[in-house]
Design a protein. Structure first.
Length: 191
């Protein structure tokens, strides 16, 4: 059996991808896990046409909102360029890119090289089916619905659907806000 801790958080100095209905929860939990000190910073790059607002206070159960920078890029290309520069800078711990178009192999490779040079991690939130071959891992994240569990809405299934350096695996996980940790939940414990 492959341990969750050997896969999450994903490898640093690489760019990863996430898709699915719980992709944002994955990004929030990743930010909280890799940014443990006040000196760590998350840059969240979005395309400006996206009218939904990110409220930094919504990150509070995962991450101190003061550690979050939100950038609005005029276009897909500008979002990629901004993310690449931030990854390369060596000043940002995690760069989250919220994208609506596929990433080409060249752009994906440039992001990988920038992450390696800046010793940072990149995470692309993409619609399903739009991943890049250059990504180190691709995760699919979805909520797990249980009609009996009225109070708990945090149970999710996180699955590695692409992994350049290992196996593909799925886990049912739950965010624990008190300890700021992801807990793996066994199937028997769900019932």
């Amino acid at each position: 059996m492959t341990a969750f801790e050997s896969h999450f958080p994903p490898m640093n100095t690489r760019t990863h991808e996430v898709c699915g209905p719980s992709a944002y929860a994955f990004a929030f939990a990743l930010a909280g896990r890799v940014c443990r000190t006040g000196a760590d910073t998350v840059l969240w790059v979005r395309e400006a046409w996206n009218g939904t607002q990110l409220n930094p206070l919504g990150f509070a159960p995962y991450l101190d909102p003061q550690q979050l920078l939100i950038a609005q890029a005029p276009s897909h290309i500008d979002a990629l360029a901004s993310a690449e520069e931030a990854l390369r800078s060596g000043r940002i711990t995690l760069v989250v890119m919220e994208l609506s178009q596929p990433i080409g192999l060249t752009e994906g490779r440039r992001l990988q090289l920038a992450a390696q040079q800046g010793r940072a991690m990149g995470l692309c939130i993409l619609p399903e089916g739009m991943g890049s071959n250059a990504a180190q891992t691709r995760w699919h994240c979805a909520p797990v619905f249980d009609a009996k569990a009225r109070a708990d809405s945090t149970l999710q299934k996180w699955e590695i659907i692409k992994n350049k350096s290992g196996t593909l695996k799925a886990w049912n996980v739950k965010w624990d806000a008190q300890t700021c940790r992801i807990n793996v939940v066994s199937e028997a414990a769900q019932r």
